[in-house]
Write a protein that binds this ligand. Structure first.
Ligand SMILES: Cc1cc2nc3c(=O)[nH]c(=O)nc-3n(C[C@H](O)[C@H](O)[C@H](O)COP(=O)(O)OP(=O)(O)OC[C@H]3O[C@@H](n4cnc5c(N)ncnc54)[C@H](O)[C@@H]3O)c2cc1C
Length: 441
């Protein structure tokens, strides 16, 4: 996804690109074909509506002349509120565009070394299933402590969907700032919750994903399997917390930690899980204070190669310790087809500007693209985890903060994006004009 989009953006701006892809000779555990932009699982590019952050990101990509979006729109199949594509047609269109571009040379081989010719920037966009030999090479480059092979994602809840009459603000023993919201449970509530966790349907593990969980980062249901009280002595321990409603220490607590600058999102601390998404919503809404919780992200644990981008990369995706080497796609800590392609598009623009002797300014943080760039460059590097695009990452001007104003927010973001692109001189390539011509033909 990211590699195809970056190559296209560069080539359309007049730069020669060598695109190195190991398939079809060597396939990852999930890819099946030799085509570019293969969708390894679902054929949905998620919400189409502009009131939805991923819908906005897709529209921003269209306005920047995205090849992935052009193919998605041409290969759309009915999908309700989502942009769903014919997977074969989608990848074939992109493969043909890349293979027939006069400025793109495709080389089919596995990359195991990272040597670029002097003056030629190197972009690594080998995705969540980067081949082991290359992953090892990247670990040597970045330091192995900054390269991860699994993500372990805890759900994130919208702040205004948390019942503040129940969830109380405190940190253990009143130490430091009261940064946490605590959802208290009595013994009966705790036991019913643990029983629901154990009974819930889990996502089956694929062969190549045989769980190798770290002890410090176990799925919450695996902890529950180890004994009825394991969670109450682990992430749900109530020590140092007094529930102001009862004046007593609860039997257990679920702690929620602020997850974004504006405190619009809260992260469920230690609640990484492999429960199926509908099950997570059902079980987590049993938690007192979260009965009406709206989740912007649900928990997951995947095989996923990614780097600690906030520690390693500049906002222009360049490795701080090795100028000339850039990263894009899911491996920089975004999650999802659209987000990966968006980071490829951005990398293509960054490199095109660099090759023209200029520096691309970061996209504004009140656009979906800018929000993602800010996430990967400014999030805390301490327990960095991949993220889908969502409004909580965006800097939302006060007039647009209410949910009912999402469409106005999207219009504002699109204006800001177009201004930025115009000023930076990276407005859409010929693609949108061609698109219009295609549409009328
Ligand atoms: C099993 C699985 C299922 C997923 N399901 C979904 C989903 O349903 N919806 C969703 O939105 N996201 C999903 N994702 C997440 C993510 O969006 C996709 O993986 C997306 O394709 C990532 O885009 P990318 O460009 O970063 O990497 P990719 O699209 O994987 O592209 C990386 C490319 O690099 C090649 N490559 C790897 N190593 C080398 C090497 N050493 N030399 C040369 N080439 C190499 C690969 O063959 C591949 O073509 C899934 C991820 C996985 C692992």
């Amino acid at each position: 996804m990211a590699g195809s989009e970056a190559a296209w953006q560069l080539a359309e701006r007049g730069h020669r690109v060598q695109l190195v892809e190991m398939r079809p000779e060597k396939k990852s555990e999930a890819h099946k074909t030799g085509d570019f932009a293969e969708l390894v699982c679902s054929n949905s590019l998620r919400g189409a509506d502009l009131k939805n952050a991923v819908g906005l990101l897709k529209e921003e990509m269209r306005r920047l002349g995205s090849l992935v979006m052009r193919s998605a729109d041409r290969n759309a199949v009915p999908g309700g509120g989502a942009l769903v594509v014919d997977r074969e047609g989608f990848s074939k269109f992109i493969t043909e565009a890349i293979r027939s571009h006069p400025l793109i040379e495709v080389v089919n081989e596995e990359v195991t070394e990272l040597d670029a010719a002097p003056g030629s920037p190197l972009l690594i966009a080998t995705g969540p299933l980067t081949s082991p030999a290359l992953a090892e090479r990247i670990a040597r480059l970045t330091g192995s402590e900054y390269l991860y092979f699994y993500d372990s994602i805890a759900p994130i809840v919208e702040a205004d969907s948390i019942d503040r009459d129940i969830a109380f603000r405190a940190s253990r023993y009143d130490k430091g700032e009261a940064d946490y919201l605590n959802c208290p449970m009595n013994r009966e509530e705790y036991e019913a919750f643990v029983a629901a966790l154990l009974a819930a349907e889990k996502v089956p593990t694929k062969d190549f994903e045989r769980p190798q969980f770290f002890e410090g980062c176990l799925p919450v249901e695996v902890m529950a399997e180890r004994g009825r009280d394991t969670l109450a002595f682990g992430p749900m321990k109530p020590v140092g917390l007094i529930d102001p409603r009862t004046g007593k220490r609860p039997h257990a607590v679920v702690q929620l930690r602020q997850d974004d600058l504006h405190a619009t999102l809260y992260n469920m601390v230690g609640f990484q899980t492999r429960m199926k998404y509908p099950e997570q919503q059902r079980v987590f809404r049993m938690i007192p204070g979260l009965e009406r919780a709206e989740f912007v992200r649900l928990g997951s644990m995947h095989r996923n190669t990614f780097i600690n981008a906030p520690r390693l990369l500049s906002p222009r995706l360049e490795l701080k310790s090795r100028p000339g080497i850039y990263f894009a796609g899911q491996m920089i800590g975004v999650e999802g087809y659209v987000e990966s392609a968006a980071m490829g598009l951005y990398a293509g623009l960054v490199l095109a500007e660099f090759l023209a002797g200029r520096e691309l300014p970061a996209p504004p943080p009140d656009t979906a693209l800018g929000a993602l760039v800010r996430h990967i460059s400014e999030a805390s590097g301490q327990d960095f985890q991949p993220m889908n695009v969502n409004f909580g990452l965006m800097e939302i001007p006060p007039p647009y903060r209410r949910k009912e104003r999402r469409l106005d927010l999207a219009r504002h973001a699109l204006d800001r994006l177009e201004n930025w692109a115009r000023q930076a001189g990276v407005g859409g390539t010929a693609a949108p004009a061609r698109l219009a011509a295609e549409a009328s033909a």
